[in-house]
Ligand binder design. Structure first.
Ligand SMILES: Nc1ncnc2c1ncn2[C@@H]1O[C@H](COP(=O)(O)OP(=O)(O)OP(=O)(O)O)[C@@H](O)[C@H]1O
Ligand SMILES: [Mg+2]
Length: 390
């Protein structure tokens, strides 16, 4: 765990470059620092491994004040990856990766075993790459070596300062995917700096949006997108981004929260009347009235009722269809849409993730509403910009 307490950095002619930061980064979390150039991201990061000394405040790593630690020892125990990789040009890939292990006096066999293992981990064949020199590698490959080097002595904490910003967009995407995969495996505590909100949303367990040395919002990607705390964060996120990131939009955000249900022992006549009244052709058959938690038992549409309208002994439970697809509250919009498409349905009941209760209903209408909202917001924003210019 990394904890900042009123962490502050000032220079003679520039005060509060980092301004009273309070923040807790839990073990195994990847936290992204994002903000405009000069807002203090690198300074914050470098204070963690004491490449920069704070003016005031504290940094605790696993409860211990880093200012009381030997800075060299501290740095050897924290992985560090930077934009301009910083590989030693006259050393082979293996020697580059093994540098800290060497300083820690690991024996040669153990070092070589570890560097081979790490090359594998970052997707490079050790047989081909161990003995190469940095200039024989592409920018993306060099970045991978940078990541491997940071992992070499298995540190709990890794600092990454815009590690992928100097490579082309395709390589960048690959490196991001690899980091996600790697993080699944190794579960390090990672502080990751970027300018790029897409990258932040993709990688971060949490995102800290910074401005003028302060943290404006520290939250999950989902909350940053859906509940930006003020206009600055909203501007930074970009209003249309939620719509551009449909995988961040979940069934619970789209669904009707008071869906119409019909009890299992109701008659066809009752169901038809309910459909007329609610102007719907889709009823979910439930086991309890709407003021109580209820399970979905099946669905009823006019098709199931056809010709049954007058046969009163038929109840919903005898007529309902039980194979209709459902989703949970946390199913994302992309999956909801693809389910609608593959099953040719326009309505999907939403069930509780944990309790399995019937929670809501997604209809074509609810999706159209979301799309219209997004488009209206984007348009009205663009309108604002135009009037600005005039
Ligand atoms: N040694 C220094 N002396 C004076 N001011 C400094 C010094 N180092 C950094 N600064 C200032 O501190 C502020 C924060 O710098 P920092 O490098 O942390 O920004 P950053 O958020 O990482 O920016 P970027 O996105 O451009 O990398 C900047 O305004 C910078 O000019
Ligand atoms: Mg920086």
């Amino acid at each position: 765990m990394i904890e900042f307490r009123k962490l502050t950095k000032s220079y003679d002619h520039k005060v509060n470059v980092v301004d009273q930061l309070d923040m807790v980064i839990n073990d195994g979390e990847l936290v992204v620092l994002i903000g405009e150039s000069g807002c203090g991201k690198t300074t914050t990061m470098k204070m963690i491994n004491r490449l920069i000394e704070p003016t005031s405040g504290e940094i605790l790593v696993n409860g211990e004040n880093v200012l009381a630690m030997n800075p060299i020892e501290l740095r050897r125990n924290i992985g560090y990856v930077i934009q301009k990789v910083g590989l030693m040009p006259h050393m082979t890939v293996a020697d580059n990766i093994e540098l800290v292990a060497y300083l820690k006096k690991w024996d040669k066999k153990k070092r070589r075993q570890r560097s081979s293992e790490l090359l594998d981990m970052v997707g490079l064949d050790p047989a081909l790459y161990l003995d190469r020199y940095p200039h024989e590698l592409s920018g993306g490959q060099q970045q991978r070596i940078g990541v491997a080097r940071a992992l070499a002595v298995n540190p709990d904490i890794i600092l990454m300062d815009e590690p992928f910003s100097a490579v082309d967009p395709i390589t960048r995407e690959q490196l991001q995917e690899e980091l996600i995969r790697l993080q699944d495996e190794v579960k390090k505590t990672i502080v990751f700096v970027t300018h790029d909100m897409d990258e932040a949303l993709k990688l971060g367990d949490k995102i800290a949006v910074m401005k003028d040395g302060k943290i404006i919002q520290f939250d999950t990607p989902e909350n940053i997108l859906k509940n930006p705390i003020n206009e600055f964060v909203e501007y930074f996120v970009g209003k249309d981004r939620l719509w551009k990131s449909p995988e961040m939009l979940f069934a619970q955000d789209i669904m009707h929260k008071r869906p119409t249900g019909v009890l299992a022992d109701r008659t066809p006549a009752y169901a038809l009347e309910l459909m007329r009244e609610k102007e719907t052709e889709f009823l979910v058959v439930v086991d309890a009235p709407s003021d109580r938690p209820r399970h979905m038992l099946g669905v009823i549409t006019p098709r199931e009722l056809k010709g049954k309208g007058t046969v009163e002994k038929n109840k919903m439970r005898d007529l309902m269809r039980t194979n209709h697809p459902t989703v949970t509250e946390r199913t994302n919009m992309v999956d909801v849409l693809s389910l609608m498409k593959t099953h040719h349905v326009r309505n999907i009941p939403v069930l509780g993730e944990e309790d399995g209760y019937f929670k809501g209903l997604i209809t074509y209408g609810s999706i159209v509403n979301i799309i219209t909202d997004a488009i209206t917001e984007i348009e009205s924003d663009e309108g604002k910009e135009v009037s600005h210019d005039q």
